[in-house]
Design a protein around this ligand. Sequence first.
Ligand code: FES
Ligand code: FES
Length: 154
Amino acid sequence: MKVSIKINGTVLERDVEPRLLLVHFIRDVAGLKGTHVGCETGHCGACTVLLNGKPVKSCQLFAVQANGSEVETVEGLERDGKLSLEQEAFIDNFAMQCGYCTPGMLMITHYLLRRYPRLTREEIREKIHGNYCMCTGYVQIVNAIEDAFKRRGT
Ligand code: FES
Ligand code: FES
């Protein structure tokens, strides 16, 4: 089937198998390896991207379901060689260990910053409940998200 998906501002038109998952379209067709594959069961959130501005687990959608849509991945956060404020906040707060969850954490953070003027620490914890960090570095991750809100301002 032919699909047309805009990823980080670039439209890709490709013939794909109907069963191809969106995460594999992103990684293997678009060649954007920043989106990770973890559980492939919709639990871990390593594959989180934004689809038409909303966070989705890209292992839970077929590429054909994203036809005509806009996808944002972690590669789209950097602008003109400059890291985004959420990327800077994650670095400065040591909010990664192995880094496997980090692209998904960054994309959910990107969404939260766009969606909410501010969030309490408890609210941040609740909003990222669909993203697991197997290294269990949640304190630093929540610190980084709080810091990203501060850097962004309101
Ligand atoms: S790989 Fe998609 S939720 Fe785990
Ligand atoms: S930093 Fe290793 S899974 Fe989160």
